[in-house]
Design a protein around this ligand. Structure first.
Ligand SMILES: Nc1ncnc2c1ncn2[C@@H]1O[C@H](COP(=O)(O)OP(=O)(O)OP(=O)(O)O)[C@@H](O)[C@H]1O
Length: 233
C-alpha cells in the first residue's frame, strides 16, 4: 500500500471534523473522496499532507509511519498536493513556479520544467508571471508544480472548483493522462469528474467513513444517497 490511514481523527474543540477513519490506497490507484459540505474531506487531505496534526490515529506512507513528520519532509518523501485555492507564487513566472515545485537545483531541471508545463497545457505561458494567469491556469500551474516534485501520492483538493465547464473538461483530460506511477486521492464535488476518473470512491459524512467501493457500487449505494440527502446513514 502506498497510503495506509488508521483510526484517523481530528477534533476542533467539541467538533469531530474527522472520526476514526481508515483508508488504504494501492500504488497508482485513483481514489476519489466525496461527501457533503463539512464531511471532513479537506481535513483528511490536510492530515495526510501533514498540514495539520491528527488527534488520533496513524498515517503510513510507503510503509513508513509519517504521522509525526512535517509537511515539507512529507513532500520530499513523495506526497504532493494541490489546494482548494491554488497556491502559486504570483510574482514568479510559470516556469519558476514549477522549478520551486520540483525542489531540486534550478538549472538542472529547466528542460523538465518545460515538459511539466506542456503536460498541463501551459507551455505558451512559461515566461508569464503566475499572478497574471487566469484562475483556471493557476490551477493547471499548481498541478504542474505538484507533478514536478515526482510524487508517489498526489492529493488534489477540489481541482474543478471555480472552473468553467470547458476548463473542467480540460482538467478531466489532464487527470486521465496523469502518470500511472502516481496514486491520486481526489477530493471533488463535481461527480461527473469523479465518476470518470476514479477506480474507487470513498464517501465521508460528518467526519465518518460511510462507504468505499467502485464507481458502479458507489452510484447505487443507499448510504451515499442518504449522505447527499443530508440524512445520517
Ligand atoms: N480550522 C478549523 N477550525 C474549526 N473547525 C474546522 C476547521 N477546519 C474545519 N473545521 C470544521 O470541520 C468540519 C470538516 O471540515 P472540512 O473542511 O474537512 O470538510 P469538507 O468535507 O472538506 O467540506 P467542503 O466540501 O465544504 O470543503 C466542518 O464542520 C468544518 O467547519
Amino acid at each position: 500500500m502506498i497510503l495506509r490511514v488508521e483510526n484517523l481523527g481530528r477534533r476542533y474543540g467539541d467538533l469531530a471534523a474527522l472520526d476514526g477513519v481508515a483508508l488504504q490506497l494501492r500504488p497508482g490507484e485513483r481514489r476519489a473522496l466525496i461527501g457533503p459540505n463539512g464531511a471532513g474531506k479537506s481535513t483528511l487531505l490536510n492530515l495526510v499532507a501533514g498540514a495539520q496534526r491528527p488527534t488520533t490515529g496513524r498515517i503510513h506512507f510507503n510503509d513508513r509511519d509519517v504521522t509525526r513528520i512535517g509537511p515539507a519532509r512529507r513532500a520530499r518523501l513523495g506526497i504532493g498536493r494541490t489546494h482548494q485555492h491554488p497556491a502559486v507564487y504570483p510574482t514568479l513566472t510559470a516556469m519558476d513556479n514549477v522549478l520551486v515545485g520540483a525542489r531540486r537545483p534550478w538549472g538542472r531541471l529547466r528542460p523538465n520544467a518545460r515538459e511539466y508545463l506542456a503536460t498541463v497545457g501551459l507551455a505558451d505561458v512559461a515566461g508569464v508571471r503566475a499572478g497574471s494567469l487566469s484562475h483556471g491556469q493557476r490551477r493547471q500551474l499548481e498541478l504542474a508544480m505538484a507533478l514536478a516534485g515526482e510524487p508517489a501520492l498526489l492529493l488534489l483538493d477540489e481541482p474543478a472548483a471555480g472552473l468553467a465547464p470547458p476548463e473542467v473538461e480540460l482538467l478531466a483530460g489532464l487527470l486521465a493522462t496523469m502518470p500511472k506511477t502516481v496514486a491520486v486521492l481526489l477530493v471533488e464535488h463535481h461527480l461527473d469528474l469523479v465518476y470518470g476518473f476514479a477506480d474507487n470512491v470513498t464517501v465521508l459524512h460528518s467526519g465518518r467513513h460511510v462507504h468505499t467501493g467502485t464507481v458502479a457500487e458507489t452510484r447505487r449505494s443507499p448510504e451515499v444517497k442518504a449522505a447527499y440527502a443530508g440524512v445520517t446513514p
